[in-house]
Design a protein around this ligand. Structure first.
Ligand SMILES: N=c1c2ncn([C@@H]3O[C@H](COP(=O)(O)OP(=O)(O)OP(=O)(O)O)[C@@H](O)[C@H]3O)c2ncn1[C@@H]1O[C@H](COP(=O)(O)O)[C@@H](O)[C@H]1O
Length: 106
């Protein structure tokens, strides 16, 4: 299940966070701080958009994986468990997007 893959990734990221930055990309990114993590997420989002517009399917898959990975790194750095995000998505299940937007602005 997709949730399982992301949850395993979350556990690996949590375990690697305080590793040696010379041997771990997750540790290297965390050592650089939240601003750098957020910047990387923004870059990966832009690369995903570009892939969707002008690159091939395989490039889009790769960029989407980079995007999800960096999103999980950011959530972990902010101590937001993926379970909380999944719960929010589940709460929205069955409601229309229009109704969901209205509930957030009222
Ligand atoms: N899924 C990923 C993953 N996806 C992308 N990346 C890294 O994200 C980086 C993004 O590429 P860029 O060229 O944009 O970045 P960069 O030039 O290396 O970095 P900057 O100099 O810009 O900071 C690359 O270094 C990729 O290797 C990942 N690094 C790690 N993981 C997972 O995290 C686990 C732990 O990794 P380590 O922390 O390295 O042990 C791995 O086993 C994987 O499961």
């Amino acid at each position: 299940m997709a949730d399982d893959t992301l949850s395993r990734l979350e556990a690996v990221i949590a375990a690697r966070r305080d590793a040696d930055p010379d041997s771990s990309y997750v540790a290297k990114l965390n050592a650089k701080g939240l601003k750098k993590i957020a910047q990387k997420l923004g870059e990966e989002a832009t690369e995903t958009v570009i892939a969707a517009l002008v690159e091939d399917r395989q490039a889009l898959v790769g960029e989407a994986a980079d995007l999800l990975f960096h999103l999980v790194v950011l959530l972990n750095a902010k101590q937001v468990p993926l379970a909380e995000v999944f719960a929010e998505l589940e709460r929205r299940e069955g409601t229309s997007g229009i109704a969901e937007k209205a509930s957030r602005t009222s």
